[in-house]
Write a protein that binds this ligand. Structure first.
Ligand code: ADP
Ligand code: MG
Length: 420
């Protein structure tokens, strides 16, 4: 199948050809014609499978000629600032060969609001935003959503979770009732899928995540190691495996700072990446990592969603992710666009039960490896009491209320972590 069969305009095809994409990915083939038919869609496709282009190309094609001042015709919501920038870059690439001059506005927190307000004078055609800053700007009358024809939720399941629910609802209330809704993610947990359907009108449900041949080529490994020896093991693996660049996920900002500092002391160029850093620092770290000036980035789940780093070969779960879906998104930072990658999880006595939960739900069937010199000394036989993914204590069945409370707490802390 070639791009020319999807109903895209010659101008867009020319932009795509300049990006050197030979053929559409399965999600692009499925979603682009449906979007051009003005359908609502809920599209689920693997990490790194080109979902961004799948919604950006048809959005550009269906733009009406701009009025003066410009009215916002499309709103793309994303959960993190870096993702907003990345989606805008794709739109810019795709808009290069179309005759109409398209004005984008990229709105996110952590940077001064004034330039964004100035930029919104005279309107914009497409807004790419994180929810918090968008609402701030609306409150300051910097923009109106009353003419939005298309709403895109990228990483839709994250935006539909409790952490973002209030803000999302406030934004939905400001949008025209009659509009096109496009929801994209690699994962839609069942409860979130229900919310997704409630938001859409007779959506086309696109799923290209099942077929084996479209699974990302990620070699998954799990290594048993005492928690206290993980940094040493990481250093050992970086050397012995000759890794050029590694994205390491940890549970907290504190750990991200601590472990990157320890690695630097061991002469490895490492930087933390988390929500407490200034936006300037965040952008610097990501740029340095992309340019291979930094070898290791130690990140919270802030870096877990959407971020596209070309040729990143290795992802390490130093701490295991909270949820099974977070596991999918984290490891999906490698093995993108048909490339191969390795994802490695450290499993200690404390995290063993949680690892088994993730393995079972992901159907991983991994054997726990031991690295010579780093064999776990702590007992792995008797999993100690641990929090399971629902926040309950293993062995004590949590009540429904307990579960909801735990999920809300988790999601709120994550929301604070990842957004503006
Ligand atoms: P997703 O959102 O599904 O995780 P992205 O949209 O970030 O994936 O795309 C992943 C990578 O694939 C990007 O670097 C993008 O430039 C590239 N890409 C997108 N579409 C194609 C295509 N049709 N052929 C080759 N590469 C593509
Ligand atoms: Mg994406």
């Amino acid at each position: 199948m070639s791009f020319s069969h999807l109903g895209l305009s010659p101008a867009l095809l020319s932009s795509i050809a300049h990006l050197n994409y030979v053929e559409p990915t399965p999600v692009q083939s499925a979603a682009i014609p449906a979007i051009l038919e003005n359908k609502d869609i809920i599209a689920q496709a693997q990490t790194g499978s080109g979902k961004t282009l799948a919604f950006c190309a048809p959005l550009l094609q269906t733009l009406r000629p701009s009025a003066r001042p410009r009215q916002i015709q499309a709103l793309i919501l994303v959960p993190t600032r870096e993702l907003a920038t990345q989606v805008a870059a794709t739109l810019e690439d795709l808009a290069k060969h179309i005759a109409q001059e398209v004005k984008l506005a990229v709105l996110f927190g952590g940077v001064s609001v004034n330039p964004q307000m100035m930029h919104l004078r005279g309107g914009a055609d497409i807004v790419i935003a994180t929810p918090g800053r968008l609402l701030d700007l609306i409150n300051q009358n910097a923009l109106s959503l009353s003419q939005v024809a298309t709403l895109v939720l990228d990483e839709a399941d994250r935006l539909l979770e409790l952490g973002f629910a209030d803000e999302l609802q406030r934004i939905l209330d400001l949008l025209p009732k009659s509009r096109q809704n496009l929801l994209f993610s690699a994962t839609f947990a069942p409860n979130v899928e229900t919310l997704a359907f409630e938001l859409c009108v007779s959506p086309a449900r696109i799923r290209v995540d099942d077929a084996i041949d479209v699974k990302p080529d990620i070699l998954q490994r799990a290594i048993s190691v005492d928690a206290s020896r993980r940094t040493q093991l990481l250093r050992h693996l970086i050397k012995s495996e000759g890794w050029k660049r590694v994205l390491v996920f940890v549970a907290t900002k504190y750990s991200a700072d601590l472990i990157s500092t320890k690695l630097r002391r061991l002469d490895i160029a490492a930087e933390p990446f988390h929500g407490e850093l200034s936006q300037g620092k965040r952008e610097q770290v990501l740029a340095d990592f992309k340019a291979a000036r930094v070898k290791v980035v130690v990140a919270t789940d802030l870096a877990g969603r959407g971020i596209d780093i070309a040729d990143l070969k290795v992802v390490v779960n130093y701490d295991l992710p909270r949820s099974v879906d977070d596991y999918t998104h984290r490891i999906g930072r490698t093995g993108r666009a048909g490339a191969s990658g390795v994802a490695l999880s450290f499993v200690s006595a404390e995290s063993q039960a949680h690892f088994h939960t993730i393995s079972r739900k992901q159907q991983l069937h991994l054997t726990l490896e031991s690295i010579p010199g780093f064999e776990a000394q702590e007992s792995m036989q008797q999993p100690p009491t641990v929090l399971d993914v629902h926040g309950g204590i293993k062995g004590h069945r949590p009540s429904k209320k307990d579960k909801l409370r735990a999920i809300a707490a988790q999601q709120n802390s994550l929301k604070k972590e990842i957004e503006d």
